[in-house]
Design a protein around this ligand. Structure first.
Ligand code: RRO
Length: 304
């Protein structure tokens, strides 16, 4: 791989523009290491809170046409315990971004400080989980609350702060603008789309929590539109997420304005090889089109 694939986002240097999305394989230092070895340019952990949380009852994931619906319910060991896992990532060779959730701006700041103490290279504030009470999208649907959370975190940490946005809003660009105003270094778009599946035999919702979040190929056009709209509205970098399976998907997101892309659900179908497949495909595309750097394709679709 050549350095025409390198990108710098909010001061973080990535050897290539692919990242592990939050929520998949991000619960232990060992799995994060495996993903880095497989070729991801950066990794994002599972969302961590102040206290341990067991999550929702089963079933927590259901496969549907074009993707998965999950309602895990933010299961995690708590940020203090996760610090032990972070030790395993010291020599990982790629930036480790810790995903964080909390119930108040003060708590967001506390968890952020703990994450930085544990060795996080950056933070991704989860204000977008579609099925959590008093956190996630309940914060991320209100630009004023997003501004308050980001301001508080910004005051408390110096590492790059990304804000992961929910598509379950009328105007996602407005929320991205609030994050930018408050001092965020970047935004990630998008988290899952609020969704449901019903078992026709039992005539009951399949997931234990009834409602969950749809990820995978089915949400790619929604994510694309969100990235495009956000890039028209803000100057901070945007990380694309939602349905990226192939190098063509990655190039499309970057042409929509994403500086990097996150891959999650595709790991379930394509395995960890997906990171190498996507980066090699991007590189061949750059070669064919005679681009000197992947940065040259970022936002190209906004010319017209
Ligand atoms: O844990 C979850 O159920 C979950 C989270 Br934190 C999130 O941000 N998005 C999602 O679809 N599920």
């Amino acid at each position: 791989m050549t350095n025409r694939l390198t990108v710098e986002i909010a001061g973080l240097k990535l050897a290539n523009p692919t990242m592990l999305a939050a929520g998949i394989l991000g619960m232990s230092g060992l799995t994060l290491k495996r993903v880095a070895k497989a070729g991801a340019g950066a990794v994002v952990t599972k969302s961590l809170g102040l206290k341990p949380r067991s999550g929702y009852s089963n079933p927590t994931v259901v496969q549907v046409e074009g993707g998965l619906i999950n309602a895990m319910g933010l299961p995690n060991p708590g940020i203090k315990h996760f610090a032990l896992e972070m030790r395993e990532t010291k020599d990982i060779g790629v930036p480790v971004i810790v995903s964080i959730y909390a119930f108040t701006s003060h708590e967001f700041a506390t968890v952020s400080r703990e994450a930085v103490k544990a060795g996080a290279d950056g933070l991704e504030l989860n204000v977008s989980c579609p099925h959590a009470e008093k956190t996630g999208a309940e914060i991320g649907q209100d630009p004023r609350l997003v501004e308050e959370v980001v301001k508080e975190v910004r005051k408390n940490v110096e590492k790059p702060v990304f804000v992961k946005l929910t598509p379950n809003v009328g105007n996602i660009a407005e929320v991205a603008e609030a994050a930018e105003r408050a001092g965020a270094d970047g935004v990630t778009a998008i988290n899952t789309v609020k969704a449901m599946a019903i078992n026709i035999e039992t005539a009951r919702p399949i997931l234990g929590n009834k409602v969950g979040g749809l990820s995978g190929l089915a949400i790619k056009p929604v994510a694309m539109r969100c990235v495009y709209e956000i890039c028209e509205a803000v100057k901070i970098p945007v990380v694309g997420c939602g349905g990226i399976n192939t190098w063509q998907d990655a190039v499309e997101f970057m042409e929509a304005g994403a500086s990097a892309v996150q891959i999650g659900t595709a790991i379930a179908t394509r395995g960890l090889e997906v990171f190498k497949q996507v980066t090699e495909g991007i590189e061949a595309f750059l070669e064919k089109k005679r681009f000197g750097s992947v940065k040259e394709i970022v936002g190209l679709s906004h010319r017209c």
